[in-house]
Design a binder for this molecule. Structure first.
Ligand code: GFB
Length: 316
């Protein structure tokens, strides 16, 4: 059963930071039914890496609630090869936004992290209190450290300033608006683009790594729904995991993607590419106990993502 909301978005000025990204765009779509005024700002107007620009814009535009969906993100190879980008840009933009929000007396803020904040060998499924209990996965430790810092900032701002700032940790995401670039993307959009090419050219589908790592995948529209739910129903220090409760191997997701694309090509595994974390399944019991449920099965979400890809192929 869902409890009565603690915070209402109705009539509020709500800033979605990062509205051009997959998550931010899904949040803007989801907020259309919340009877609030959604604020967005382009990168050309405000560079989120510049503290003075962020502070001036927030002061002038006076949002009452903030969704921190802005982030420098990418798949395993991008994380592994551009560590300085991932740690610097994420630390800079999240500290700029959170401090600007405090100065402008923003009523409520939700910071979005990632399941890679947990130790490489955390117990599976990973509960919230596994944070900082062991060494991180080396391929994405830079991004993870920045995201852990964001969680800690929200906690510290609650303690010292009484700010109602909370954090949500989504599992691996996919859906409309994803990045389909083969070098920098996550596994689902990469394999979808490769399966599409294999269907066109009659070739094999190259899959990085061994195919045995396990991942939990959440459709981005469900994530947006969960984040709005938490904004309204949650107010506490501890971050909240957002997942679907089950995972699949990379081989299995590759097969599901091939089915969604309608291709029977053989999978070819490339052992020169990294596997990353052996398993990444969140324990989302805390969120489920609040009454939220994901709505989209993986095969359905994959079909919808492929339809989006076909419609937006040139841009993707
Ligand atoms: O989605 P992905 O890049 O992110 O990779 P992570 C997941 C798994 O899929 C890895 C395999 O074992 C990859 O080796 N994989 C197979 C592929 N084929 C491909 C391919 O063509 N492209 C990609 N990208 N992977 C990221 C982190 O980790 O996940 C970030 O680096 C973030 O920090 C994000 O947390 C959610 O799940 O390994």
């Amino acid at each position: 059963m869902t409890s009565a909301p603690l915070y209402s978005l109705a009539g509020k000025r709500v800033w979605v930071a990062g509205h051009r990204g997959m998550v931010g765009a899904a949040l803007v779509r989801r907020l259309a039914s919340e009877n609030c005024e959604v604020l967005t700002v382009s990168r050309a107007e405000v560079d989120l890496l510049r503290q003075d620009a962020v502070e001036s814009w927030v002061k002038a535009n006076k949002p009452q609630a903030v969704f921190v969906a802005a982030a420098t993100v990418g798949g395993i190879l991008a994380n592994d090869t551009r560590p300085a980008h991932f740690i610097y840009e994420n630390l800079a933009l999240e500290t700029n936004i959170i401090e600007a929000a405090r100065q402008a007396q923003v009523e409520k803020l939700i910071f979005l992290g990632s399941s890679c904040i947990y130790p490489r060998l955390a117990p599976q499924p990973m509960p919230e209190d596994a944070l900082l209990t062991g060494p991180l996965e080396p391929t994405n430790q830079w991004y993870a450290i920045a995201k852990i810092a964001g969680i800690m900032m929200c906690r510290a701002y609650r303690r010292q300033y009484g700010c109602d700032y909370i954090s949500a940790m989504p599992t691996n995401l996919y859906g409309p608006g994803d990045n389909f670039d083969l070098q920098s993307s996550h596994v689902i959009p990469a394999l979808m683009a490769k399966a599409h090419a294999a269907k066109r050219d009659g070739t094999e589908i190259p899959v990085w790594g061994s195919g045995s790592p396990r991942r939990e995948f959440l459709y981005v529209e469900d994530l947006a729904d969960a984040v709005v739910f938490l904004m309204k129903h949650y107010s506490d220090e501890e971050h909240v995991n957002v997942g679907v409760g089950s995972d699949v191997t990379i081989r299995e997701v590759a097969e599901l993607i091939a089915r969604a694309v309608g291709v029977e090509s053989r999978l070819r595994f490339d052992a020169t590419k990294p596997d990353g974390m052996p398993r990444k399944l969140l324990d989302s019991a805390k969120l489920l106990a609040m009454g939220w449920r994901p709505g989209t099965a993986l095969d359905v979400g994959l079909r919808q993502t492929y339809e989006w890809f076909l419609r937006h192929r040139a841009a993707a």
